[in-house]
Design a protein around this ligand. Structure first.
Ligand code: ADP
Ligand code: MG
Length: 271
């Protein structure tokens, strides 16, 4: 996908710049950092815009493919031979899957354009909402969710709920086969913003994939688990829109902790 390529290129360029920075004086450093942040913001916006155009334009022709392959499936089921039924089922399945991916890409592309204005948001309420929205899945997995007191940040309530919901949904999905899932949501205000942590006791992630999982469409076990590979890219864009970042700390078999920094959180103290 060229959108992915663009992101990788942007990341490579940002890394190169970071290396150069060591040779600069302190004031030059901060100037350069500001420019770099601006560039990164712009390249992410460009990526979003690109994702929007592609997914939006693909929707219509794809609707035709999906509708007509489903029509063929209905009308000719059992009237051709078994192989034909099988091939048609593949076509229907493929078209549906593609619609799912395109819709996920559209969601991703709307993070900054459909974002709401920032206001004071209680993260305790956000976490409670996210848990409530997933209550069926939590019950089915017999998961225990521990919510520690969080506090408030300045941000977009809907997006922060979406962020936490994606992380909790992942913790449920990528659970260990041996123990019931235990998920802990904690956080505190620190120097550079609000630090939010979502920990699980699930299957964990090898270190070499710790960056890749945040890239659009990247999934580590696509055969075993359903999904689109967009969830964490959405979390990353939401964290970035809040002047922050996201990273994972994890080892296979030892669970994962997702660390989210919300830079805009600093302002909540005075709000
Ligand atoms: N809590 C977790 N534990 C283990 N692996 C995870 C966890 N969260 C995400 N991953 C890995 O990162 C990949 C990307 O996550 P995500 O973007 O949410 O996509 P999806 O959930 O659709 O697969 C997942 O496919 C999985 O391999
Ligand atoms: Mg997910």
């Amino acid at each position: 996908m060229s959108a992915e390529l663009d992101q990788v290129r942007a990341q490579a360029a940002a890394l190169e710049q970071m290396l150069e920075i060591y040779e600069l004086t302190v004031s030059e450093q901060s100037q350069k950092l500001e420019r770099q942040a601006e560039e990164l913001r712009r390249s992410n916006e460009a990526l979003e815009q690109y994702a929007y155009v592609i997914s939006h334009d693909l929707q219509e022709p794809l609707r035709m493919v999906a509708a007509y392959s489903e029509l063929i499936a209905e009308r000719y089921r059992g009237k051709l031979d078994e192989t034909a039924d099988k091939y048609i089922a593949f076509a229907v399945g493929g078209a549906r899957r593609m619609q799912e991916l395109i819709n996920a890409l559209l969601d991703y592309s709307r993070i900054s354009t459909r974002g709401k204005d920032f206001a004071r948001v209680s993260l305790d309420e956000v976490a409670a909402d996210a848990v409530q929205n997933l209550s069926v899945a939590i019950r089915e997995a017999q998961a225990e969710v521990v919510r520690e007191p969080l506090g408030a940040v300045i941000g977009d309530r809907i997006q922060l709920t979406q962020l936490l919901q994606n992380l909790i949904a992942n913790a449920l999905k990528f659970r260990s086969e041996n123990v019931p899932p235990r998920i802990r949501i904690a956080g505190a205000l620190e120097g550079d913003g609000f630090h939010l942590r979502v920990s699980d006791n699930g299957i964990g992630i090898e270190e070499r994939y710790h960056k890749r999982i945040f890239v659009v469409f990247q999934r580590l076990n696509p055969k075993k688990y359903p999904g689109t590979g967009i969830g964490l890219s959405i979390c990353q864009r939401i964290a970035e829109r809040h002047g922050g970042s996201i990273r994972v700390e994890s080892e296979p078999g030892k669970g994962s902790t997702f660390h989210v920094v919300l830079g805009a959180g600093r302002a909540a103290e005075s709000a």
